[in-house]
Design a protein around this ligand. Structure first.
Ligand SMILES: [Mg+2]
Length: 422
């Protein structure tokens, strides 16, 4: 029988945090504050939004401070339990000690990584694979961190190296692992490191699946990461927009806006951008312009159009903050042409966005797919429900819920408008 969707999270939070010594002499690593609240609070809030109800915190170094901060967890809408043991205990030992308190299937999280999880998608993947363990792996194509795993083409983890020294590693294991409790039987006695002992045994049996992600994780593990994490956790608002059919009138398929004279604003789209700007949103444009590769215009023509567009928008106090263009052709097999989500992930990295809370507004199936693959709430606009209408609804909805709406209960994937509107 397939397991029930887990409601229990187990968080490993016992480490000394040696790399952060200046900060962690007095407070444990997960309690390092960002914008007035501890790192761990952001993590717990996200887990709660993703449908987790019970948390088991495995504590060691200065664990009392964590227990005092969260108590029963009621304030966060969670039920929190603790296991406080020696700071010398390794992760395997910590888990073995709570074996009887674990659900048959649970989520394992490291206290020093924040990653905007989309649990439902992960759960579907886990169920489909029918394996006892699936962990999340950051693709690390940008060399953000030192890799510690290698995956095969089917997404199985085929090597794990905690010390990050083996050749050919590509990807970082970041936790957020869905685990069947039975795998803890693979732990040897003593004080083992969970990942070294259990993951390597699973790998040998080809039983460790990776959930791969291009969305950056943010960490409190080392000093050089703190500024990025600080930017990511700052209250931030951004909307990602497609261009043709959202801002300006779309021409027929295979016809391109090649000159400013052909660029016709859709009714009130500039007003919509101004409203978003006034509400504090960053505006990011992600557009496919295959007309460049197909020879209908040059890159310079396209740049000129965008310059004019920005000049016009500036007069409205509605300039776009950054424009991302895929100028490849239909058959170039690039990574950046929507429905590929590459440019959305690029914006994620440039602005430290949480894409799960960043709406993406487009006008066709390709946009919706790119948005879905990037983890954005994706919205479909059309001549009848244009950007202005969407913006009005969106701003009212987010104000009503004090901006928590996108994280807890997304406005929802709109039904695509009927075909004549596309
Ligand atoms: Mg479009």
């Amino acid at each position: 029988m397939p397991p029930n969707r887990p409601r229990q999270v187990v968080i490993l939070a016992g480490g000394r945090g040696r790399r952060l010594r200046a900060l962690t002499d007095r407070i444990p690593k997960p309690m390092v504050p960002f914008h007035g609240q501890p790192f761990l609070t952001y993590l717990l809030q996200m887990l709660q939004r993703q449908g987790f109800e019970r948390v088991l915190l495995l504590l060691g170094y200065r664990g009392r401070a964590i227990e005092e901060e969260y108590g029963s967890g009621k304030k966060l809408g969670l039920s929190i339990e603790y296991s406080l043991t020696s700071p010398e205990n390794e992760t395997g030992r910590r888990l073995a000690l709570v074996y009887d308190r674990l659900d048959p299937c649970f989520l394992l999280v490291y206290c020093d990584n924040y990653w905007p999880m989309q649990f439902q998608t992960m759960w579907e993947r886990y169920l489909a694979a029918g394996l006892p363990a699936m962990t999340t792996v950051y693709s690390n194509r940008d060399g953000y961190s030192k890799s510690n795993v290698r995956l095969d083409e089917r997404g199985y983890v085929v090597a794990y190296d905690r010390y990050r020294k083996q050749p050919g590693l590509s990807g970082v294991e970041i936790g957020f692992a869905i685990l069947n409790k039975d795998i803890l039987r693979l732990l040897p006695r003593g004080n083992p490191v969970f990942q070294i002992e259990v993951y390597s045994r699973l790998i040998r049996k080809r039983q460790l699946l990776a959930y791969s992600t291009d969305h950056r994780y943010y960490s409190v593990g080392s000093l050089d990461r703190l500024t990025l994490t600080d930017a990511f956790l700052a209250p931030q608002r951004a909307v990602i927009l497609d261009r043709d059919g959202v801002l300006n009138r779309k021409l027929r398929r295979a016809y391109y806006v090649t000159h400013w004279k052909q660029f016709k604003w859709i009714a009130k789209s500039r007003e919509a951008l101004r409203l978003l700007k006034q509400a504090g949103y960053r505006l990011i444009l992600v557009t496919n312009q295959a007309g460049v590769a197909r020879g209908f215009m040059t890159q310079l023509d396209l740049d000129m159009i965008h310059q004019q567009m920005q000049n016009d928008l500036r007069r409205f106090d509605a300039a776009i903050d950054k424009i991302y263009v895929c100028a490849h052709g239909w058959n170039d097999n690039c990574r950046c042409r929507k429905p590929n989500p590459e440019l959305l992930f690029q914006a994620q990295k440039d602005f430290h966005l949480d894409l799960t809370r960043t709406p993406f507004v487009g006008d066709n199936e390709r946009d919706m797919e790119a948005g879905r693959r990037a983890g954005c709430p994706a919205f479909w606009v059309s001549p009848r429900h244009n950007l202005y209408e969407w913006t009005r609804k969106f701003l009212i909805a987010t104000m009503r819920t004090r901006d928590r709406l996108l994280g807890s209960a997304p406005i929802g994937w709109p039904k695509p408008p009927s075909s004549h509107e596309r």
